[in-house]
Design a protein around this ligand. Structure first.
Ligand code: FMN
Length: 299
């Protein structure tokens, strides 16, 4: 492989293509920026490099605040538009149909449709040449809660973020590895099982919590009482009832001759003419008998 050397240039890709909001809820602006990144973790710090002629430059210089809104595929058309039209003569919120949402720490609005919005306060402005670098502290991160999975982890892969790469917008591709994978020791089977189990437990707990949230308060119906008042039976009363039980009549008192003990005996016996053996008529199991009288049973 042979490399050729070019003159200095901004050939560092991929970069984010974020939408930076500034101003106030009443008078807000959006501009697209690729010259942005993270420069410190504690405190969390970022920067945006802005050409002094941008309308946003004036707004951010005045307020000392801005919001970085990450761009996904759904927002890409609007992001490109905000990067080629100026807020000097265009209301970009109105033109793109994006929604302003208030922030917790800054007066500038965040874009509701953006999956993640970072509230920032400028700590320093550095003149570099073509651009001014606005160094800022990240005060808060607003995350679309639909990006959180069952365990509460931020599933950023669900957000379809886009990148800016050499003059083009690009989809972010498949996962290739995770931070530190190159030095990671192979986990033992036991460790993997333990991890899966704890993950499952956390997911179950999260689901249970969700279910509790959805559960409506149960209307407590007054249970119907079997008796208005518990009646204490007197000896007399008991005797009366018991005598009634013994006097119970058979269901079909016509057929009942006092000797019958069961159903079989109540069935009519039939004598076989040749053998002289007695047998019972087989009861018909067919329920449709009533409607279709068979030849065996004259109606
Ligand atoms: C993908 C993309 C990235 C851009 N990045 C920057 C940037 O980092 N800094 C900058 O000053 N302008 C950048 N621009 C240009 C501004 O977004 C553009 O000039 C915009 O119209 C300025 O809006 P404003 O005048 O309302 O502030 C970029 C434009 C696009 C499309």
């Amino acid at each position: 492989m042979a490399k050729i050397t070019w003159k200095a240039g901004t050939m560092l890709y991929p970069l984010p293509a974020v939408m930076v909001t500034s101003g106030t809820m009443e008078k807000a602006n959006i501009f697209t920026a690729a010259w942005t990144g993270i420069v410190n973790s504690e405190p969390a710090m970022t920067y945006v490099s802005i050409r002094p002629e941008r309308f946003s430059h004036a707004l951010i210089s005045k307020s000392g605040e801005f919001v970085i809104n990450l761009t996904n595929e759904k927002l890409l058309h609007a992001a490109d538009f905000c990067g080629v039209r100026s807020g000097k003569d265009t209301d970009k919120f109105e033109q793109t149909g994006l929604t302003k949402a208030p922030c917790a720490f800054v007066k500038a609005p965040q874009i509701e449709e953006s999956p993640i919005s970072l509230e920032c306060r400028v700590v320093e402005v550095k003149r570099l040449g073509s651009h001014d670098l606005f160094l800022a502290e990240i005060l808060a991160v607003n995350v679309d809660d639909s990006l959180l999975d069952e365990t509460g982890r931020l599933a950023l892969e669900k957000s379809d973020l886009v990148a800016f790469c050499h003059g083009e917008y690009r989809k972010i591709g498949a996962k290739l590895g995770k931070f530190g994978f190159s030095v990671e020791k192979k986990k033992s089977r036991k460790q993997r099982i333990r991890e899966i189990k704890t993950e499952r437990k956390a997911r179950k707990a999260a689901r249970r919590n969700d279910a509790k949230k959805i559960e409506k308060p149960v209307e407590t119906k007054k249970r119907k009482q079997a008796f208005d008042k518990p009646v204490r039976r007197s000896a007399e009363n008991r005797a009366e009832k018991d005598s009634f039980n013994t006097e119970r009549k058979p269901r079909n008192d016509k057929k009942f001759d006092g000797k019958q003990t069961g159903y079989k005996k109540s069935r009519p016996e039939k004598e076989n003419e040749q053998t002289g053996r007695k047998s019972f008529d087989k009861p018909l199991k067919n329920k449709s008998f009533k409607h279709k009288p068979s030849a065996r049973r004259p109606s």
